[in-house]
Design a protein around this ligand. Structure first.
Ligand SMILES: *Cc1c(COP(=O)(O)O)cnc(C)c1O
Length: 475
């Protein structure tokens, strides 16, 4: 570095520049178009160039970065992004995330940072409490729900194979008794990748049909369990599928599966957060009976990317699957070394923004945020459904809903309805006023609406309904 300023001055200059750009961006987040203005080609032109040979002042780099990135940013931080399930970032969580970087702790083990280790204990206990899970469940802070699946399935694999007399940590999976995963046909794609990474392969996943509400029916599950009663089995249930937010009937399915020796894992990427709301908790009644749960902080808790949580009812299996020490060494219980619980070694202290998010909202604030999102989803669905040319497909039970836009021409075919639905969805996104994603549901194209951002309020619902009305007139 040729810059002769002191480290303190250099750092201050860079942080001031970043804080300025961040504040400027977030001040305008209500007005910015929801979709990116620039596509891949323009962003390549703005960003890709030969490796620089010389150094530059850090604040100049930050200014340049902010300028180059701006047109390709999607306004997921803003209040009218209803595509996929993304969430925003709460002020306290965002600021704590900056501090996490400033402190630059390696959250691999307690000796590396007692603060980073113990804040996981604090935030882990808060999460279990908020989500209504057993207070003695094990927990791990991972990159996202996909990482949480890998973590929980590794614990399940350990437990199921140990019961068969197979030491999977020592002997691997070659020659091991095969494990199957029973789940509904609407499971998320991250489950398949987790199954691949964990060595089961996608063929281990058996897709069971769902009922009219998108829920895995007990009869189907019972039949599948009976079909191979001696096969070690993971039953993977859904806490909110991505199209309609369907939650499986846990109170009947979990005891049924466990009575037959299955490990029950829940994909609760966003749906597990229903448990944090007195109004929506009934949707996930009995979910606490499961053996493991995967969820996200970066979605509905509104902490910045990336942050997911894995929980298991079986700390011994969890630790045996992931600990870097031999499983037979007694754990002294003094410190909690994070690398005993996560697939990673060196890692970011992800518990810090989680702690700040929960500390800032409290139990009531988390519930209010969840409920506000659900109310906005209901408002969006009702408002759009009432427009001439729109057809409701699924009214939100939680925070996800579906609508479509049938082709009004006489004799229009299903393909025409699909094309019109895609065209209207694209026109809304192109307007910049709101962003929705398109999906295929029960063989039909649909516009999907998803509310997970703490900033979204009734005025955003009204603006977004107006944007759909406009798109219907123009598309
Ligand atoms: C987003 C999502 C996932 C994957 O979570 P990541 O945090 O992106 O890894 C899994 N399941 C469901 C239902 C999801 O919505």
């Amino acid at each position: 570095m040729t810059d002769s300023r002191s480290p303190a001055v250099l750092t201050q200059a860079a942080l001031d520049a970043a804080a300025g750009h961040a504040a400027h961006y977030l001040e305008r987040v209500n007005e910015l178009p929801a979709a990116a203005r620039a596509g891949i080609a323009e962003m390549r032109a703005r960003l890709i160039e030969p490796l620089p040979e010389t150094s530059r002042p850090p604040e100049e780099v930050i200014d340049d970065l902010a300028r180059r990135m701006a047109p390709g940013l999607v306004t997921t931080a803003g209040p009218r992004f209803f595509g996929w399930v993304n969430g925003g970032a709460l002020p306290a969580a965002l600021a704590a995330d900056w501090l996490t970087s400033a402190w630059d702790q390696n959250a691999v083990m307690a000796a590396g940072s007692p603060a980073a280790s113990v804040i996981e204990e604090a935030a882990g206990a808060w999460l279990l409490d908020l989500l209504g899970l057993p207070s003695d469940a094990s927990y791990a802070f991972v990159t996202g729900c996909q990482g949480a699946h890998v973590t929980c399935l590794a614990a399940a694999r350990h437990q199921l194979l140990a019961r068969e007399g197979w030491d999977v940590e020592r002997d691997g999976l070659f020659g091991a008794p095969p494990i199957r995963i029973l789940t509904s046909e609407s499971h998320h794609g991250s489950v398949e990748r987790a199954a691949r990474l964990i060595g089961f392969g996608q063929r281990a996943i058996h897709r069971l049909p769902v009922d009219g509400s998108g829920r895995l029916a007990p009869d189907y599950l019972a039949g599948a369990l009976e079909s191979a009663p001696d096969t070690p089995t993971i039953v993977l249930l859904q806490a909110a599928d991505l199209n309609i937010g369907a939650c499986d009937p846990y109170e009947s399915l979990i005891p049924l599966a466990q009575a037959r020796g299955a490990w029950v894992h829940v994909d609760g990427a966003f749906g597990l957060w229903a448990a944090a709301s007195p109004r929506f908790r009934h949707l996930v009644a009995g979910i606490d009976l499961a053996d493991s749960w995967a969820t996200d902080g970066h979605k509905w808790l509104n902490v910045p990317y990336d942050c997911g949580y894995a929980f298991t009812r079986h700390p011994e299996a969890h630790r045996a699957a992931l600990s870097h020490r031999a499983a037979y060494i007694t754990y002294d219980g003094e410190a909690r070394d994070q690398c005993d619980w996560t697939p990673e070694w060196s890692r970011r202290a992800r518990a810090i923004p989680t702690w700040a998010a929960i500390a800032s909202l409290g139990r009531e604030g988390v519930a209010a945020m969840i409920e506000r999102c659900c109310d906005c989803a209901a408002g969006l669905h009702a408002g759009i459904s009432a427009l001439p040319g729109a057809e409701p497909l699924w009214a939100p039970t939680l925070n996800q809903g579906l609508v479509r836009f049938p082709d009004p021409r006489p004799g229009a075919t299903p393909a025409d309805h699909d094309a019109r639905t895609d065209a209207v969805t694209a026109a809304v996104c192109a307007s910049g006023d709101a962003l929705f994603s398109a999906t295929t549901w029960r063989g039909m194209r649909a516009m999907r609406l998803s509310c997970t951002n703490w900033r979204t309020g009734p005025e955003d619902v009204a603006l977004s309904v107006a944007a759909v009305q406009q798109a219907l007139a123009e598309a």
